[in-house]
Design a protein around this ligand. Structure first.
Ligand SMILES: [Zn+2]
Length: 463
């Protein structure tokens, strides 16, 4: 039995692992590489997995850095089930279609340039028809139940508290009389975050692949972050005041709705007017509302008391681009939550173009801003930025609230792993940059007295 690390080794995107026994070959995740100069080439290069010989794919959650290359598989001969939880499959349907749309538009843009120079047209990495081909291959699995995904390979999905449907997975492998247990953490959410249940731990494992996105630090407390959000919304309550929140459509937007609804109930923010201005965020919010079975106890207490946890008077969803434009003249502290979260596209751009020059505008960043993005330039304090072809002087107030992460911080990662400590697992740190992996490995050694390794791309772990 062996596992080969084929992605997210020393980086946070492109997750991919191949689990092999003498009888079965199962791929875990097939995520997109995102950001950075060589992403395009990395996404096009098929790793040595021979898709036609795979017995199954196991997916932890829908984020594109875990699922975003799945539409490439059928073209390469893949014809097997992709196992995932119901909510993950429904989210994949939204996210993979959006991803195909982005791939097609970026190829079209490139081709205008190439055409002018007489160069052959570029192909999109994949298109909507590839997504149509891959979606029927998904098979829904229940949480907390062992499912045989291939001969001698049984897998259990448990809550990871990260986004809707997200799971950590436990593999029970059986080969030539030997039995081994391997855990893939997937992305682990912070404890006590709203809406979703907290991450579930395992008691024992022979091998653990642990994410390390924030392996070097703990986040600011969520309560402080909510309080800061309330203060800014109240401060913006002036005739021309406006709050713009660039936000990831899945997960973060629903948390914000929950927080603002909560502050409204408690009278911290009076009658907020909030617009969700992103078609994808609207679909994702619908999906969250439909999957109440995944909500945590706190959310259920609200529902049982007759309140709504993802709705409140004053919350609206815009539909057309015209509806979106009609928000421009609004003031009185209106809150506009829009994508993309790093301001790399989407409707947030026209809001920024309209609002950044005005001192009454408050822009709140609530998530990670990648290098080279407009969001990063604003967070870093640029006084002049280019938005949709216009140079704009930044007179708006720029705020960064750091406590809303969908990932566990260092202490929580160590505690999550600690539940398996007595079984003495071999630990491999994945899904983190080297600085984060080093810090986490030192902490694991100090607290749990376990040695955690940082595998490189292509490394084979014998189980
Ligand atoms: Zn994720």
């Amino acid at each position: 039995m062996r596992i080969q690390v084929l992605g997210a080794a020393g980086e946070v995107t492109g997750s991919c692992y191949l689990v092999e026994t003498s009888k079965a070959r199962v791929l875990v995740e097939f995520g997109l590489h995102q950001g950075g100069a060589h992403t395009e080439a990395k996404n096009r290069r098929m790793p040595p997995i021979d898709p036609g010989r795979l017995d199954a794919v196991v997916l932890t959650h829908a984020h594109l850095d875990h699922s975003g290359r799945l539409p490439l598989l059928p073209r390469h001969g893949f014809d097997a089930p992709i196992f995932a939880t119901g909510a993950t499959i429904e989210l994949c349907d939204i996210l993979l279609r959006d991803s195909a749309h982005i791939q097609e538009s970026s190829a079209n843009r490139a081709n205008k340039y190439r055409g002018k120079r007489g160069r052959p047209p570029a192909q999109a990495l994949y298109t909507a028809s590839d997504v149509d081909r891959v979606m029927p291959m998904f098979q829904r699995v229940p949480f907390d139940t062992l499912v045989e995904v291939a001969p001698g390979v049984r897998v259990k999905w448990v809550d990871a508290g990260h986004i809707l449907g997200a799971a950590s997975v436990l593999f029970e492998l059986e080969d030539n009389g030997a039995r081994k247990t391997v855990v893939f953490s997937g992305d682990i959410g912070p404890r006590g975050a709203p809406l979703l249940r907290d991450p579930v731990t395992f008691d024992s494992a022979d091998v653990v692949f642990l994410e390390s996105t924030y392996g070097d630090r703990d986040h600011r407390s969520i309560d402080d972050s909510i309080a800061e959000l309330g203060e800014i919304i109240n401060k913006a309550r002036t005739p021309k005041g406006k709050v713009l929140i660039p936000s990831f459509a899945v997960g973060r937007t629903q948390q914000l709705i929950y927080f603002i609804g909560g502050m409204r109930r408690e009278g911290i923010v009076e009658d907020p007017k909030v617009y969700i201005d992103s078609p994808m965020a609207t679909s994702a919010t619908d999906l969250y509302r439909r999957h109440r079975e995944l909500f945590d106890d706190e959310c259920w207490e609200l529902i049982d008391s007759g309140e709504l946890c993802l709705s409140f008077p004053g919350l609206r969803f815009t539909k057309s681009a015209q509806d979106s434009m009609s928000l421009n003249p609004m003031g009185d502290g209106v809150v506009i939550i829009s994508a993309a979260g790093m301001c790399t596209g989407g409707r947030i751009l026209h809001h920024l173009r309209h609002g950044l020059g005005r001192p009454e505008t408050h822009v709140i960043f609530v998530g990670y801003q990648g290098d080279g993005t407009l969001g990063r330039r604003l967070v870093d304090g640029s006084r002049k930025v280019r938005v949709m072809g216009d140079d704009i002087r930044v007179n708006a107030n720029i705020h960064t609230i750091g406590g809303f992460s969908a990932h566990a911080g260092q202490t929580e990662l160590v505690e999550w792993l600690g539940a398996m400590r007595d079984s003495g697992p071999r630990v491999y740190l994945i899904h983190g940059e080297d600085r984060q992996r080093k810090a986490l490995s030192e902490k694991i050694d100090e607290v749990l007295m376990l040695k955690a390794k940082a595998p490189v791309w292509g490394e084979v772990v014998e189980v």
